[in-house]
Ligand binder design. Sequence first.
Ligand code: CA
Length: 218
Amino acid sequence: MASILIAEDEARISGFIEKGLRSAGYATRVAPTGTEALALAQTDEFDLLILDVNLPGIDGFRVLEEIRGSGSRLPIIMLTARVELQDTVAGLEGGADDYLGKPFRFDELLARVRLRMRKDETTSLATLAHRDIVLDIRTREARVGDTRVELSAREFALAEEFIRNAGQVLSREQLLSRVWGYDFDPGSNVADVYVGYLRQKLGSDRIETVRGVGYRLT
Ligand code: CA
């Protein structure tokens, strides 16, 4: 499930946005100050930021500047009650992806959110998928269908190896050398243990045991 951060100090407005986005199938979190929005936006947990200009703490333009200054390409839609052209220009020049003047109807916001999400998906070369298993290499996020799955760094690397070689049998030695590195004891059963973890998280029938040879993603 895509996750959206809403930086807005007015509870009435953030509540309205949150309710609408949740019923449209997004996970949401509200940051009521600029300081909090900035800290959360830098965690890589969100797929999009809806950023109000008038925020206590640091204002929206400064939050935008800090986020872009750190090299993040997080899609950002700015909201503002100030409808002057200068604000729009400043927002877009500062690296916002889109802009919506208050007051707005929820469907106007949703259309922009969907557009940004699609754009992000199609420009991302960092996604690996096999059937309904999707790995986002950039955010290190894993999903099975619509469900987000928490994988440790090693489990993620192992899942990545299986998806890159889907349908092929990978021996324990291959998994050990590619995922754990060359200095691992070839007699170790750590690969088998981690295949067990992945089966628990991705589904028990996803990785087949090829007796005496290794494992294969089916
Ligand atoms: Ca505000």
